[in-house]
Ligand binder design. Structure first.
Ligand code: NAP
Length: 652
């Protein structure tokens, strides 16, 4: 039985007694509770007369920043409303007007929000079910649908999502997946400690509800299971070719089709498709540094995304190279079992100590998520960070700010001070040697900060753990030699050294009109209109393409839902108007790329103080989006077909 539904909002009526209700309310997200009470009572004055909620301090902060007295007054009012509603038999909840929704979301965000958010919010609230579902206005001839086969590369989150929508539309599709299972990054990354660092109630499909997330931040096995269940529940497996790799795709101008070359268990073959959707992700090609002597190591060595489950860790001498997001999750786990763990840090990272990093969702919260109308939806929305959407002051470089290399603006400095204080609190002021090594000497948010619970710092202070800040000079058969000339012996070397994020689509060879290789078209600067489409590559779309990585708000599943809708609307237009192929105009692509480049310049990510995986070798930010979720959602609701050329069939 699926443990979620894509139908309209439902809730289990409240039957618990007063004592139970009084006991659970203090443990709920106060701001979210207030909004649910608005649905229960239809009374907006609950938020109008309440003290203003403060901007959340961390993702998932639903405290509102209220004083204990303010909170108690809110809980008393919520209790009265819920018990009265229970006694009345839990009548249908109130559906606020657009203006009221605007008030409610601004209240939750802790900041007045642009009213343009309302239609986007309504989709996320989805009172009637899947607000982004694909439906034809009138039945379409099967012949027309059959003439539009689509090939999706990858059965991770976004590949499955596209399959789901294509199935809704009745458009034939095949998903080609190199792994033996679905899940993409959540299948491949199986290192100890792996978990998502975006809250799961937000990092999940908008149209599936009532999923019982056991943790605020799901461990990898939970997410992997979520995507497997998704494939099973909606019958997507029958469309997937597992253990088959796409080697390349070539646009056939005669037929306006893509010829896709594959390699599977039976050898090489080609498939033809009207359209291709690449859903291969940005962070899936491990980057293993070319260190001298690497092949001479006699022990085990592997990248975190190629974890060797059969290698025993207990009692072993282990090296970890790299100290970013992956390493911060991995190191506390290895420190528990290794006889000795040596961590090689090239650059320290800013770590955001998140109070709910290991929070389990149960008890009071599970009750509210199931019983209180729209609590689960507002809980999800709370995690989006709409309060900073469009104006993330701490991520913007202020040209008038003294450029001391430590911060880039007043808001950025405020974050630096707060993050530094948290690191000091986690380690202890007295351990100056460690503090000096791990507190970054560059502004926060130039690299991606890594959420954690402080376990990384605790691990570094264990007797069996050493943090080395000398470089890795050479690998030898017994271990490695650092740049100070010291030799270290290991049984296992782990590369937590990240991914080749700039090699979009590699190693596939994608050739468009005139046989042009997309790599040659891009050169050093991969780009795509809205992150999805490139001139000269008709009916070819990328999920999570260049310029779509999110640096401050929302999550990639939201982005994928926007992209999928855009692609589906393109297909609708083509099928209804008998247009075999369309491609974005070069002028549109260039204008977008130019605007994007200018918008990115003011962001911390382009600051020269240190490197990050967002930039190309010339220091230009390629991976990230500078746009607000609202703008991106708005631009991708429906393609503007005046921005596209119809590609006529080549005479032949
Ligand atoms: P990363 O952010 O690219 O970090 C790679 C680490 O390896 C850095 O510390 C880097 O040091 C170091 N390194 C690279 N080459 C080295 C060399 N030759 N010698 C010594 N050190 C070297 O990779 P990641 O930690 O795998 O994370 C990548 C991204 O994946 C994250 O930013 C995030 O978007 C995603 N991710 C998400 C989650 C999650 O949601 N839970 C978890 C893991 C990863 P420098 O800083 O000096 O380059």
């Amino acid at each position: 039985m699926p443990s979620y539904t894509n139908k309209a909002e439902t809730f289990t009526p409240v039957t618990e007694d007063d004592e139970y209700i009084r006991a659970v309310l203090p443990d709920l997200a106060t701001t979210v509770l207030m909004l649910s009470v608005v649905h229960i009572t239809g009374r907006l004055d609950i938020i109008r007369k309440a003290p203003a909620a403060k901007l959340p301090l961390y993702s998932g902060d639903g405290t509102g920043g209220f004083t204990p007295e303010q909170k108690q007054a809110i809980l008393d009012e919520a209790f009265a409303a819920i018990s009265e509603w229970r006694d009345a038999g839990c009548p249908a909840p109130y559906h606020p007007t657009d203006a009221e929704l605007h008030e409610m979301m601004s209240y939750l965000a802790g900041a007045p929000l642009d009213a343009r958010y309302v239609p986007m919010l309504k989709e996320e609230l989805g009172p009637d079910g899947d607000a982004r579902q694909f439906a034809w206005d009138e039945p379409v001839d099967k012949e027309k649908l059959d003439a539009f086969p689509v090939l999706i590369i990858g059965a991770g989150m976004s590949g499955l999502l596209n399959g789901f929508r294509l199935k809704q539309a009745g458009i034939p599709f095949t998903i080609v997946e190199k792994n033996p299972e679905v899940g993409g990054t959540w299948y491949e990354n199986r290192y100890p400690g792996c978990r998502v660092d975006v809250p799961s109630h937000c990092y999940s499909f908008s149209f599936l509800r009532n999923y019982k997330w056991p943790n605020q931040f799901s461990p990898q096995p939970v997410l992997n299971r979520y995507f497997k269940q998704f494939a099973d529940t909606f019958g997507l497996r029958e469309n997937i070719r597992f253990e088959t790799e796409v080697l390349g795709a070539r646009y056939d101008e005669q037929q306006a089709e893509w010829e896709v070359s594959l390699r599977g268990a039976q050898g090489k073959e080609t498939l033809r498709a009207r359209a291709v959707i690449s859903a291969v992700g940005q962070l899936n090609k491990p980057s293993v540094p070319e260190i001298k002597g690497r092949d001479s190591f006699a022990g085990h060595q592997f990248h975190t995304a190629r974890w060797q489950q059969d290698v025993e860790l207990e009692g072993k001498r282990i090296a970890v190279i790299g100290t970013a997001a992956t390493a911060v999750q991995l190191i506390p786990e290895l420190a528990k079992v290794a006889s000795h763990l040596t961590v090689f840090q090239r650059t320290p990272n800013w770590i955001i100590i998140h109070p709910e990093y290991r929070k389990e969702i149960g008890g009071a919260e599970e009750w509210a998520l199931t019983h209180l109308p729209f609590y689960a939806r507002w809980y999800r929305i709370m995690n989006y960070g709409w309060g900073i959407d469009g104006s993330p002051a701490h991520l913007k470089i202020d040209p008038n700010w003294p450029q001391d290399g430590l911060s880039v603006s007043a808001a950025n400095e405020e974050r630096r001070v707060r993050l530094t204080a948290n690191i000091k609190a986690a380690i202890g002021e007295e351990n100056t040697e460690l503090l000096d090594k791990v507190i970054p000497k560059y502004p926060p948010f130039v690299k991606r900060p890594n959420p954690g619970d402080g376990g990384y710092y605790r691990a570094l202070q264990q007797d069996n753990v050493e943090l080395v800040t000398d470089g890795v000079e050479e690998i030898v058969s017994k271990g490695l030699i650092d740049s100070s000339g010291r030799e270290h012996e290991f049984d296992i070397i782990v590369y937590a050294t990240g991914f080749k994020a700039m090699d979009f689509l590699a190693p596939m060879e994608i050739r468009g009109v005139g046989g042009v290789n997309i790599k040659d078209y891009w050169g050093e600067d991969p780009g795509a209109y809205l992150g999805m489409t490139v001139p000269g590559f008709p009916n070819f779309y990328m999920m999570y393409g260049p310029g779509t990585n999110l640096g401050f708000n929302g999550n990639l599943i939201f982005n994928s839902e926007c992209q999928t809708r855009y692609i589906m609307e393109s297909f609708r237009h083509q099928i209804l108007n008998d247009l075999p192929a369309i491609q974005v105009k070069e002028s549109v692509y260039k204008d977008y790329s130019q605007r994007m480049e200018e918008a990115l310049e003011g962001f911390t990510w382009s600051h020269g103080s240190t490197g990050n995986w967002y930039k190309n070798s010339r220091g230009k930010v390629i991976a990230n989006s500078p746009w607000s979720l609202l703008d991106y959602w708005d631009w991708t609701r429906k393609p503007d077909f005046s921005e596209f050329d119809v590609v006529s069939l080549a005479a032949g």
